[in-house]
Write a protein that binds this ligand. Structure first.
Ligand SMILES: NC(=O)c1ccc[n+]([C@@H]2O[C@H](COP(=O)([O-])OP(=O)(O)OC[C@H]3O[C@@H](n4cnc5c(N)ncnc54)[C@H](OP(=O)(O)O)[C@@H]3O)[C@@H](O)[C@H]2O)c1
Length: 327
């Protein structure tokens, strides 16, 4: 991330508690916080390997927790180490777009978000010195498949499993809200990253000249560049006026057809091989409709009203910045 007046400004928090730190967003956020010299305490699901790691059991049931050695029935080992942490960022969750949604995987997607959020919120609410803010990842999947409708944070949630999951995920912070912690639900669009996620999966296909639109390509895709996504998390931590749902998407969503054309131009390859909707459904089941073919045209109204300035507002700029010379 480039050095700007914004990034040089002192963070108001003493330290940041981070879950899901090994993921795409977590690694980048942790790196940026380290660059700003903000201490980070990571919640990890394995044996801690470093002093700044703390074991937690976001998915275990009560019996599993006791068997795993959870102390005093809590979801976090040594919860006293959380006293006085300035902010918490919760990114945990089993993969949404990476695989077929079987019944078992849907349960995993649900519990790894809703249960982990509830457990973290209850733990934070029980502290004597609570963090000022809890920023929880959420997703624009909240809005569901909405055609050409333009959606801001006041839009109602959609119907189906994914919107219900997002609503329950956001609702699971109730204990933190009631304890007076400022809670922000950052509803992320598709984060464009070279290393991980949707773009990273598409790149080899497009570079081989085998890319193409998904379905009829008319579905809206609301995206955000990885650098702006990290900045949005930091912004949400810093801006005292932000609470509740905040869309983290660039101000110019595109249709899948436009996205396909722009990515193909960036990698200088043709993209003439559409993936028909029926084939995607056959290969990926419900996930195809909910994540790849759903049309969700979202605007970042609250981020912009709070003064956030996107570094990559246009898709071409984001792709150039992310893919750079590699394209
Ligand atoms: N990237 C996107 O385009 C995007 C878009 C919308 C929403 N989101 C949401 O934003 C959050 C962060 O995104 P991300 O891209 O960084 O996700 P990610 O790369 O998939 O990382 C999520 C992290 O969650 C933890 N995790 C994985 N499986 C888990 C399970 N079964 N139970 C509990 N924790 C588990 C892991 O961290 P540890 O091993 O360190 O615990 C993992 O690294 C996720 O909840 C994601 O769904 C992302």
């Amino acid at each position: 991330m480039t050095e700007t007046a914004e990034s040089k400004r002192n963070m108001p928090m003493r330290s940041v508690l981070l879950s899901g730190a090994s993921g795409c967003m977590g690694r980048q956020l942790a790196a940026e916080l380290a660059r700003r010299k903000v201490p980070v305490l990571r919640l990890v699901r394995r044996e801690p390997k470093a002093p700044e790691e703390l074991r937690w059991w976001p998915g275990a049931d009560r019996d599993g927790l006791v068997a795993a050695g959870g102390r005093g029935g809590g979801w976090v080992a040594e919860p006293e180490r959380l006293e006085g942490v300035g902010a918490a960022v919760h990114l945990s969750g089993a993969s949404i777009a990476g695989r077929r949604w079987t019944a078992a995987w849907k349960r995993e997607m649900w519990s790894s978000r809703v249960e982990s959020t509830r457990r973290l919120s209850e733990t934070l609410a029980g502290l004597r010195q609570r963090p000022r803010v809890l920023v929880c990842a959420s997703a624009i999947g909240f809005y569901g498949d909405r055609g050409d409708a333009v959606l801001d944070e006041d839009a109602a949630g959609g119907t189906g499993f994914f919107p219900a999951l997002c609503a329950a995920w956001e609702g699971a912070t109730q204990a933190a809200v009631e304890a007076g912690i400022r809670v922000v639900h950052l509803r992320l669009g598709v984060v464009l990253s070279r290393a991980d996620g949707a773009l990273a999966r598409m790149l080899p296909v497009f570079r081989a000249g085998l890319g193409g639109r998904l379905g009829d390509g008319r579905q809206w895709m609301s995206w955000i560049g990885e650098e702006d996504a990290v900045r949005a998390f930091l912004w949400a931590m810093e801006q005292e006026t932000l609470r509740g749902a905040v869309n983290a998407v660039a101000p110019e969503p595109v249709t899948n057809r436009e996205f396909t054309g722009k990515l193909a131009r960036q990698v200088r390859r043709p993209a003439w091989l559409p993936a028909p909707g029926f084939a995607l459904r056959l290969a990926l089941g419900e996930m195809a409709d909910a994540a790849l073919l759903a049309s969700t045209r979202v605007l970042p109204r609250r981020l912009e009203q709070s003064g956030f300035v996107f570094q990559q507002a246009r898709l071409e700029d984001a792709l150039r910045a992310i893919l750079g010379a590699q394209a």
